[in-house]
Design a protein around this ligand. Structure first.
Ligand SMILES: Cc1cc2nc3c(=O)[nH]c(=O)nc-3n(C[C@H](O)[C@H](O)[C@H](O)COP(=O)(O)OP(=O)(O)OC[C@H]3O[C@@H](n4cnc5c(N)ncnc54)[C@H](O)[C@@H]3O)c2cc1C
Length: 426
């Protein structure tokens, strides 16, 4: 850890994936940055699927080559209805080749992503990193002053709150947050299995929520690995977490119809209560909220960190624009531009995921009919399929500059346009 200065252009609170990514992005844009945060819970078996816009973001910052070696490509997504719905709902399969991409995105262990971002942050010029807990904030004429448990104070023109769903910054800045809960926990596990995943993520939709397998890269002597995110009641999650590894692996194998053959646990196991959170404002005086400090929803469709990275790319753009025009980088105009830039995207994802999750939980024929019709339409109407796929990975509307530049792919990954016919099926 470097010596932490008492003044910076940008102070980032939180050393999770969002805070570290923001700190590196601001430092690379030429701002002096301090990032301070508490320690992460590790070994929770959690991964994040990062989609094309997020990969472009890391690529534009020159970070993707450092992260790619611990990530696995997601080339296809298969959704299987296992709700026992009274109307038959056909399986849905999307292939990245249908929208001329070699993959929808890449799946990476959360611990490895954070570990590597810490290494990168430690090597980045203009950036100081430390482990401290924020306890309070105060204002001076043209600065915000943050106080820490060590007694340290850091002053900055802009404070970026990346301190997660229980954000202290948000509370201290008196920014309201509406929180709600779902009757579900996500059980997260890393597994090794007998058969290859062929780059396919498989999502089983059950009445408790989805159980999803997401590809992971080979590791050590394990060539075939996937992460599991399995939504269930809190009681079931507690029971399953207390099982011996072999028994839990057997229950997972049963839930997913043994599509990848025999399964073993290959790392830690975590449990996450499913909640949602909306903030009343995305900004305060000299404060911008990003990541889970700004929005929380269940991990359906793997949108959380992807949305958080779009917050960061938009915030960097607004702050750079303010600097270019000789304006205050933490001033009202920069904060208002950021809030406006993020409003629609955050609102769409929070509502969309909420509706999708609740539609699975309800055993009610009309809801099943609507969901079934949706699945059928996605299966049969090519332009709709492609629009949905693009919206999930490269959202419509204005992408901030850090996400605009298409990545170049090695020839071997050649884009297979209109390759519906050679879609892999697991
Ligand atoms: C089961 C599950 C699966 C998911 N899968 C995906 C996926 O596939 N794709 C995807 O995009 N998203 C996914 N998500 C969402 C994604 O994991 C989160 O959006 C992301 O991890 C949030 O990162 P963050 O940095 O905003 O918050 P956090 O990771 O919570 O980090 C907050 C940081 O702030 C620090 N902190 C807190 N309070 C203070 C304080 N007072 N002072 C200093 N530091 C403080 C903490 O120590 C921590 O370091 C998933 C989430 C879950 C639960």
């Amino acid at each position: 850890m470097q010596e932490v200065p008492s003044e910076a252009d940008v102070l980032v609170i939180g050393t999770g994936a969002a805070g570290l990514s923001a700190a590196v992005a601001f430092a690379k844009a030429g701002f002096s940055v301090v990032v301070l945060g508490g320690a992460e819970a590790r070994g929770m078996g959690r991964t994040v699927a990062l989609f094309e816009a997020s990969l472009r973001f890391y690529d534009a910052l020159g970070l993707w080559p450092r992260l790619a070696s611990c990530a696995a490509k997601i080339e296809a997504i298969r959704m299987i209805d296992a709700t026992g719905s009274r109307i038959p709902i056909p399986p849905l399969e999307f292939a990245a080749s249908e929208i001329a991409l070699p993959a929808f995105g890449e799946n990476i262990e959360n611990d490895k992503l954070v570990e590597r971002l810490i290494d990168i942050a430690a090597e980045t010029g203009n950036l100081s990193l430390g482990r401290e807990w924020l306890t309070g904030i105060a204002y001076e004429t043209d600065r915000v002053c943050a106080m820490f448990d060590s007694g340290r104070q850091v002053r900055a023109k802009l404070l970026v709150a990346a301190d997660g769903h229980k954000s202290t910054v948000r509370a201290k800045a008196r920014i309201g947050a509406r929180r709600w809960t779902y009757p579900q926990m996500a059980l997260t596990v890393l597994t090794a299995h007998e058969k290859p995943h062929h780059g396919t993520s498989v999502e089983f939709h059950t009445r408790n929520g989805p159980c999803t397998l997401v590809p992971l890269p080979a590791s050590g002597s394990e060539p075939h690995r996937s992460s599991i995110v399995w939504l269930m009641s809190a009681q079931e999650a507690a029971r399953r977490k207390s099982l011996a590894d072999a028994s839990l692996a057997a229950e997972i194998e049963h839930e997913v119809g043994a599509i990848f053959g025999q399964m073993r646990l290959d790392g830690g196991c975590g449990g996450f209560p499913m909640t949602g959170l909306r903030v009343s404002r995305l900004t305060g005086r000299r404060i911008a909220l990003i990541g889970e400090a700004a929005h929380v929803f269940p991990p359906l469709a793997a949108q959380g960190l992807n949305l958080g990275l779009r917050d960061i790319a938009a915030l960097v753009d607004c702050v750079e624009t303010a600097r270019t025009h000789g304006e205050d980088i933490g001033g009202e105009r920069a904060m208002a531009t950021y809030a406006e830039a993020r409003r629609a995207d955050i609102s769409l994802r929070t509502h969309g995921i909420d509706v999708l999750n609740r539609s699975l939980l309800v055993d009610f024929l009309p809801v099943d009919l609507v969901r079934g019709a949706g699945f059928l339409a996605f299966n049969m109407i090519g332009p709709l399929r492609r629009a949905i796929m693009r919206e999930g990975i490269l959202p419509r509307g204005h992408l901030p500059p850090l996400m605009q530049k298409p990545r170049s792919f090695p020839k071997a990954e050649g884009l297979r346009r209109g390759a519906d016919k050679d879609r892999r099926t697991v």
